[in-house]
Write a protein that binds this ligand. Structure first.
Ligand SMILES: C[S@@+](CC[C@H](N)C(=O)[O-])C[C@H]1O[C@@H](n2cnc3c(N)ncnc32)[C@H](O)[C@@H]1O
Length: 276
C-alpha cells in the first residue's frame, strides 16, 4: 500500500475513527483535482489538493462527521445539503415516508401536508417526491435551518410544491390531511451522554426535548387534532424507549392510535394516528 495512504489510515485508526478506509476514500475524493474517482489501491498524490485534504482530515480526526465535512447526507431517494445548523437526516426517519405511502397508496393524491421541525427539509422533500400533487408546508423555529431547507428545496426545484415558514406548529392556522414530525426528543440525561460527534456537531435545538424528552409529544397531544382535517393522519418519530410513555400521553389526545413501526434495529420508532 502507498505510504501516504497507510500513514493517513493510521492517523484515523489511532484517533478511533470507526471506518477509516471508507472515510479516507471519501476525504480523498472530496479533495480531488479531477472528476476521476479515487480508489485507495492505485492512489497517486497528484490526484488531490493536498492542503484541502489535510484540512478536512484534521476535522475528521476531531470527530466531525463526514456528512458535515462534505456538506452532504443521503436520505430516502436524494442527497441533501447539511451543515452545523441542521440535524443529519437519519435512516429511522425514512420509516415516516414508508408509513405515509401505506396510508396514501394513490401517489397522485391532491392533499395538504405539514412537516413540523423540517431541519434540512428531508421529510418535506421526500414526501414531495413521492406525492407530486401534494401541497406541503414545512415549518421550523430555527432561521438557520430554514435557510438550509430552502437551499435543498431550490436545488431540487420543488419551490412551487413546498413552502417553508419560520414558525412553531401552534401558530399555523390551517388544516392538513397529513402531519409528519421528527421532533427533538432527547432527555436531559441523554443530552449529557451523547457522543462527541452529536454533542459538538449537531444543533442542540434539534435534539433536546425537555427534561424527560417528551415536551413535543405533550404539545402534539394537546393541539395536533385541531390542525388535522376530519380524515387526516399524524405520523411522528419517537425516541427508542419512549413508546409506552407516548401511548399514555396520546391517550389523552383527540387522536386515534393506529400503529407503531420499528426501525432496522427493531426499536419502536414511528407512531401513526388518525383523527378521532
Ligand atoms: C430532530 S430535528 C428533525 C429534522 C428533520 N425533520 C429530520 O427528520 O431530519 C428537529 C427540528 O425541529 C426544530 N424545532 C425545534 N423546536 C421547534 C419548535 N418549537 N417548532 C418548530 N420546529 C422546532 C429544530 O430546529 C430541528 O430542525
Amino acid at each position: 500500500m502507498n505510504d501516504f495512504i497507510s500513514s493517513n489510515l493510521k492517523k484515523l485508526k489511532n484517533n478511533n475513527i470507526p471506518n477509516p478506509e471508507i472515510d479516507l476514500r471519501i476525504l480523498l475524493n472530496y479533495s480531488r483535482n479531477s472528476k476521476n474517482e479515487i480508489i485507495l489501491s492505485n492512489f497517486n498524490i497528484n490526484q488531490i489538493n493536498i492542503d484541502k485534504f489535510y484540512s478536512i482530515l484534521n476535522r475528521r480526526i476531531l470527530h466531525e462527521p463526514i456528512s458535515k465535512i462534505i456538506n452532504t447526507k443521503s436520505f430516502w431517494k436524494d442527497n441533501f445539503y447539511v451543515n452545523k445548523f441542521v440535524l443529519d437526516p437519519r435512516p429511522e426517519t425514512e420509516c415516516i415516508i414508508e408509513e405515509a405511502l401505506k396510508i396514501y397508496n394513490n401517489k397522485k393524491n391532491h392533499f395538504k401536508i405539514l412537516d413540523i421541525g423540517t431541519g434540512s427539509g428531508a421529510l418535506a422533500i421526500s414526501l414531495a417526491r413521492e406525492f407530486e400533487n401534494a401541497e406541503i408546508l414545512a415549518v421550523d423555529i430555527s432561521e438557520d435551518a430554514i435557510k438550509v431547507a430552502n437551499k435543498n428545496i431550490r436545488e431540487k426545484k420543488l419551490d412551487k410544491q413546498i413552502r417553508v415558514k419560520k414558525s412553531t406548529f401552534e401558530n399555523i392556522d390551517d388544516e392538513f390531511d397529513l402531519i409528519v414530525s421528527n421532533p427533538p426528543y432527547l432527555t436531559i440525561t441523554e443530552m449529557k451522554n451523547v457522543s462527541d460527534e452529536i454533542r459538538k456537531f449537531e444543533p442542540e435545538i434539534a435534539l433536546y426535548g425537555g427534561d424527560d424528552g417528551l415536551d413535543f409529544y405533550r404539545e402534539f397531544a394537546l393541539k395536533i387534532d385541531t390542525k388535522l382535517t376530519n380524515t387526516g393522519y399524524f405520523i411522528c418519530e419517537i425516541g427508542a424507549s419512549q413508546f409506552d410513555k407516548c401511548m399514555e400521553i396520546f391517550n389523552e389526545s383527540g387522536l386515534k392510535f393506529i400503529k407503531k413501526s420499528q426501525d432496522l434495529q427493531k426499536k419502536d420508532r414511528i407512531m401513526s394516528f388518525s383523527k378521532l
